[in-house]
Design a protein around this ligand. Structure first.
Ligand code: C2E
Ligand code: CA
Ligand code: CA
Length: 766
């Protein structure tokens, strides 16, 4: 328990406890040693006193008997008395004895005759005692103790000669309680003296005659001293017994112990108090530091004030410096956590937090709007001018927006995406006005690192409470509106509309389905023959992808290719197309080519070249049998990069065809930028070629230019024989279209090839 107390709890308690413990130990030992010493010293002193008292006692007894014998000798030598004794004059003898007794104040004085008779003895003496006394006197003894009337008497005897020895004058004084008490009073210490028969003593006392012994009686320490006394009768062995209570004597010294103990207790209290104060003094600042450290751990910024210049004061100073450093770093971290490093604008989290609190106060007359902005051309700036210019553009755009926003919260969500929070607009007109102002601000060109460049932005807007009641909903809906703005030609703003949500969900589901389709191999390729009308033979097939959806059946590519391009899933899908088309083509005769559509996204992805090489070598397909169909859109942006890739592909040996020529941005000048192997004239020209003269003229021009540049041409979507005739007439002898065949699966395509070569052979033999 003590160790537990020492280990746990507060430091001050421990210090105080330790102090008092040490004090108690020291003083406890001191008291024990001191009281032991005092007791031993006192006992020694008492024992010495006892010894000298006993001597004094013996001397007193001796003195008394000397007194008595002096008086009795005077009487014994008195002539008249001796004569009275010689004559047997009893009255005279008795009267002399009475006056002796009175003078000496003793009760007994008598004559013991030589014959053993007693004259004048008042009290009884037993016969054996009488004989014994006589014997002792006869042997010359003159003092000692005898028992008269069962009571010890100190006795002296003087011979009475008349003139021959007649007997002895014996005088005895009782050594009774009164006498002994009287004697004891003369002693400086309070002892009790008694004369007892030796045989009546306890064994311990009997064995220590003429010495001192300590005996414990009922818990008291008693000191005894015994000394043998001379007897005038061999019947008795009287002993002087002095009894002294050591406990009582020592109790005189008890107060000293008590004083010591009380002094110690008082000292202990002082020490506990002082220890406590001292400990408090030391630990109070430590406790303060402890508390402050705990507060800091709990996230509060707490400094301590300790006014001392000792170690603890210095510790507190360091602690406060540490708090400052923590605060500074925390501020820095939370700034970093809530801001974008490039533009210094608040980031997505910051935006979301503020949107959340704004949403709490929003109402029909206090609208909250989230604007999502996405730069339209940012990727190409990054790709063509490099990231440093891209970064500088972002900063410039941010700065211009801030001018327009006039204090509204502008955040950078990441990449080229920004968000604006309108916290409290009275009506939606205000929001529209802001959208217009913002849109207009992108009308002016930006000057970035010496470059003058246009940069537009698509803007999506969602307004609470109408378009959502949670920040998540509002952000999601602003994003949907942004998506719409992008889809509807960019460089514009769109408000969120109900229904966008549903479209988005469908799109999302489709995306998930597409991923699954890749994993589970739900795609298949169909093949449409490319027919050489001049040679009247099949020159190849165009591979066209189909999605065999488990619920929706065969899904045509227009319904999923755009999404696959947006999500990047076109890259793995396109890879599969290349592998599958090469595999199929490798089973066909060597003069049959295979045309594969390559999406712009796939074209720009790294690794296209490696995939092609790998597929060609895997199926042992000659590169010139492979034709890649790319679209014009690739030639509008990043022309240089596109050309680089095209030359790289050409170096492998594969053929390159320009698909859908004549649509969109078409310009005949593109044909000069790269030596394409083939131009595919778009179906839209073929459809009208018979009715529309200008169409026919354009087709004529394309064919002419291509021929001049040494490129083949092929017409797509040919459905009628008249179209073929017209095309042949204009110089285009390659035909693709339903007229020859719809796209068919691999097995049918192989059959188709066999039938075609069969009928060819038939024709030749015919
Ligand atoms: P595209 O490259 O222009 O392919 C020709 C499209 O015209 C095919 O449509 C074909 O079925 C259709 N067609 C051919 N002859 C006729 C005709 O006489 N009359 C009519 N009305 N249509 C005809 P499909 O298969 O639906 O493909 C549509 C587009 O999907 C393709 O246009 C191509 O851009 C894309 N696509 C198809 N397969 C792939 C692929 O594997 N990869 C990529 N990236 N795109 C593909
Ligand atoms: Ca094509
Ligand atoms: Ca086409």
């Amino acid at each position: 328990m003590i160790t537990k107390l020492l280990r746990s709890g507060s430091l001050s308690k421990r210090i105080a406890f330790l102090y008092s413990g040490l004090f108690i130990l020291t003083f406890g030992t001191l008291i024990v040693v001191a009281t032991g010493g005092i007791e031993r010293y006192a006992a020694g002193m008492i024992s010495d006193e006892m010894r000298s008292n006993a001597k004094a006692f013996e001397k007193l007894l001796e003195l008394e008997s000397k007194n008595m014998s002096a008086a009795s000798e005077i009487l014994a030598s008195d002539f008249g008395f001796r004569e009275a004794v010689a004559l047997g004059d009893k009255p005279t003898i008795e009267s002399a004895l009475v006056s002796l007794k009175n003078r000496l104040d003793v009760p007994n004085a008598f004559i013991m005759t030589l014959a053993g008779d007693t004259i004048g003895l008042q009290d009884a003496l037993t016969n054996s005692d009488t004989d014994s006394l006589w014997l002792a006197l006869d042997e010359g003894a003159d003092s000692g103790l005898i028992k008269i009337n069962e009571q010890y008497h100190g006795v002296v005897a003087s011979p009475v000669e008349a003139p021959d020895l007649f007997g002895w004058l014996v005088v005895g004084k009782p050594l009774d309680q009164a006498e002994m008490a009287q004697l004891s009073e003369l002693a400086p210490i309070e002892l009790t003296a008694t004369v007892v028969e030796r045989s009546n003593l306890s064994a311990a006392l009997q064995s220590s005659i003429d010495s001192q012994i300590e005996i414990s009686e009922k818990g008291d320490r008693i000191l005894y001293r015994t000394s043998g006394l001379p007897a005038l009768s061999s019947n008795h062995q009287p002993v002087l017994l002095l009894r002294y209570s050591l406990s009582e004597a020592l109790s005189a010294y008890r107060p000293i112990t008590w004083i010591l103990i009380s002094l110690s207790l008082a000292g202990l209290l002082v020490i506990i108090g002082a220890g406590w104060l001292l400990a408090k003094g030391i630990t109070r600042p430590i406790a303060k530091l402890d508390k402050a450290a705990q507060l800091i751990r709990a996230g509060q910024r707490k400094k301590v004030t300790i006014n001392s210049s000792d170690e603890i004061g210095r510790l507190a100073e360091s602690f406060n410096q540490m708090v400052d450093a923590i605060v500074e770093r925390e501020d820095e971290i939370s700034h970093i956590a809530l801001h974008d490093a490039l533009t210094g604008l608040p980031n997505r989290k910051y935006f979301k937090d503020h949107l959340e609190s704004a949403m709490k106060k929003c109402s029909d007359t206090n609208l909250v709007a989230a604007f999502y902005l996405d730069l339209d051309n940012f990727k190409s700036v990054n790709d063509t001018l490099g990231h440093p210019v891209g970064d500088a553009l972002l900063k410039t755009v941010a700065a211009r927006m801030e001018e327009v926003l006039d204090g509204l919260l502008l955040a950078r969500l990441g990449g080229d995406e920004f968000a604006i929070l309108v916290d409290g607009a009275p009506s939606s007109d205000d929001i529209t006005l802001l959208a217009e102002r913002l849109d207009r601000s992108f009308g002016k060109r930006f000057t970035v690192a010496g470059h003058e460049m246009p940069s537009t932005s698509s803007i999506g807007i969602a307004v609470a409470p109408h378009d959502g009641t949670t920040s998540e909903d509002l952000m999601k809906n602003a994003d949907l509106a942004l998506y719409k703005a992008k889809n509807e030609g960019k460089s514009c703003y769109r408000f969120f509309e109900k229904g966008m949500d549903e479209q988005a969900q469908k799109r999302r589901q489709m995306e998930l389905d597409l991923k699954l389709a890749i994993e589970e191999g739900q795609f298949e390729l169909h093949y449409q023959p490319l027919y050489d009308a001049h040679l009247e033979k099949i020159s190849g097939f165009e591979a066209l992808i189909r999605w065999n959806h488990p619920d929706r059946g065969l899904v045509p590519p227009v319904n999923f290719i755009p999404l696959a391009e947006e999500t990047g899933l076109i890259v793995p899908i396109g890879e599969w197309v290349i592998q599958e088309a090469c595999r199929q083509a490798s089973q066909w005769p060597e003069d049959i080519r295979i045309a594969i559509n390559v999406s712009p996204v796939q074209f720009r992805s790294t690794g296209l070249r490696a995939v092609l090489l790998q597929a060609l070598s895997r199926y042992g397909l000659a590169p010139e049998r492979l034709e890649l169909e790319i679209t014009e859109s690739l030639l509008i942006e990043n022309v240089e990069d596109t050309l680089k890739v095209l030359h790289g592909l050409r170096a492998i040996g594969v053929r390159i065809a320009l698909d859908d020529f004549g649509t969109g941005f078409s310009s005949l000048s593109y044909l000069r930028s790269f030596p394409f192997d083939k131009i595919k004239i778009d179906r839209s020209f073929v459809v009208d070629i018979l009715q529309d003269k200008s169409c026919a003229d354009i087709v004529q021009a394309i064919i002419g230019l291509a021929a001049a540049l040494g490129m083949e041409t092929i017409a797509e979507g040919v459905e009628e024989q008249e179209q073929v005739d017209m095309l042949l007439q204009r110089g285009c002898n390659n035909i693709q279209g339903y007229l020859i065949s719809r796209p068919i699966n691999g097995v049918s395509a192989t059959d188709f090839l066999e039938q075609a070569s069969q009928s060819n052979r038939n024709r030749k033999t015919a």
